[in-house]
Design a protein around this ligand. Structure first.
Ligand code: 5AD
Ligand code: SF4
Length: 351
């Protein structure tokens, strides 16, 4: 469409050209409601994605190896107080088998994900990381929550390349209310440590949390920009019936897509996945995300017997089955005209 004199068009153009957006400009983009303007936002993000990270979609194979968690986030089905959750820990041999499957399926990266499970001491975790590195050579991403600096350091030395730790929300009051015993400052400290240790660092937030405003979302974008994240995961909040937030409303997928597009415009050459949670609410959104700035797909390789118990939010298990059912990722992404990336696909292209 042609750009008339309307202000959002000017801001989209400014953002596409790499201009530094102010908080009000960011919240203005996130609040767009006119479908033509929203489409223009997506298209601008799609062009910046093409220019800064190319056409390839990179695959990260996820292994959810433990659903024990000592934390008690009010939104999450794995929270400590959820006695309905059936807990599991995978044998190390099983983890190794899955890492080989992931390699065989053409993923350049394995993601080791769990709740905050103290059973996996620094030493135990380092053993697994070193073995995967040695036996597969894959890039290794960890997603194990908050840990002491020394653990992060040891994991890095053992061979981990990247770390995902969502900041969840940049509103400190909201954060403290959602994560009992935790603070946004503590989370940010961990993210800074990870940066100092030369990890590629992933952060991100949920969209549609109870009490979250558009200004809060603008602050999420600003925090992501300020900390210089390499990877950004954004998903809708989905209420889980075995949590205190069971009666709240789920996040809006179009708001998630607008956030994703704005984050692409602001962060340029980062790695941004089309997340599982997005697909749970609306299968088409997961595809649409690839036309609004996303360039990463994270199929879950957790075997079904465990995957059904990695019940962070309802519906997650169904998407997992769909991921597992994709026989040929190249053919799958062919349908949206995008090639599958070879190799690890890191931001710094070092491994
Ligand atoms: N809905 C959507 N996402 C959730 N997460 C946790 N609980 C939910 C929920 N109910 C996300 C958080 C966390 C990641 C593991 O999953 O962002 O960091
Ligand atoms: Fe544990 Fe992560 Fe769930 Fe919080 S979001 S309860 S840290 S698994």
């Amino acid at each position: 469409m042609t750009c008339t004199s309307s202000a959002p068009c000017d801001v989209i153009t400014k953002a596409e050209q790499g201009g530094l957006l102010r908080r009000e400009e960011i919240s203005g983009l996130i609040s767009l409601s006119d479908s033509q303007e929203i489409e223009r936002l997506y298209q601008a993000a799609d062009r910046v994605r093409a220019e800064c990270v190319g056409e390839e979609i990179f695959l990260r194979g996820i292994i959810e190896f433990s659903n024990y968690c000592m934390n008690n986030c009010r939104y999450c089905g794995l929270r400590r107080d959820n006695m309905e959750a059936m807990r599991y820990r995978m044998e190390e041999g099983r983890i190794m088998e899955l890492a080989q499957v992931i390699k065989g399926r053409g993923c350049g990266t394995v993601v080791l994900q769990s709740g905050e499970d103290p059973y996996y001491t620094g030493e135990r975790m380092c053993g697994i990381i070193a073995r995967i590195k040695d036996e597969t050579g894959l890039a290794i991403t960890l997603s194990l929550g908050q840990r002491p600096f020394d653990d992060y350091k040891a994991f890095r030395e053992a061979g981990a390349d990247r770390y995902l730790l969502r900041h969840e929300t940049a509103n400190p009051v909201l954060f403290a209310g959602l994560c009992p015993g935790r603070s946004l400052d503590g989370r940010i400290q961990c993210l800074k440590w990870l940066g100092e240790l030369d990890y590629e660092v992933g952060m991100g937030c949920m969209v549609g949390l109870p009490g979250q405003t558009v200004e809060d979302l603008a602050d999420d974008v600003l925090l992501i920009r300020e900390l210089g994240a390499d990877m950004i995961g954004i998903g809708p909040f989905i209420p889980h019936e075995d949590t205190p937030l069971r009666n709240e409303v789920a996040g809006d997928t179009s708001l998630v897509l607008k956030m994703l597009a704005v984050i692409r415009l602001v962060t340029r050459d980062t790695n941004i996945p089309s997340t599982t949670a997005l697909g749970v609410l609306d299968g088409d959104s997961r595809r649409k995300a690839f036309q609004a700035g996303a360039n990463v797909f994270m199929p879950v390789f957790t075997p079904r017997d465990f995957a059904e118990r990695y019940d962070i939010y309802p519906g997650k298990g169904n998407v997992k089955k769909a991921d597992g059912a994709i026989i040929d990722f190249k053919a799958f992404f062919d349908t949206i005209g995008r090639p599958v990336g070879e190799g690890p696909g890191g931001r710094r292209k070092r491994s």
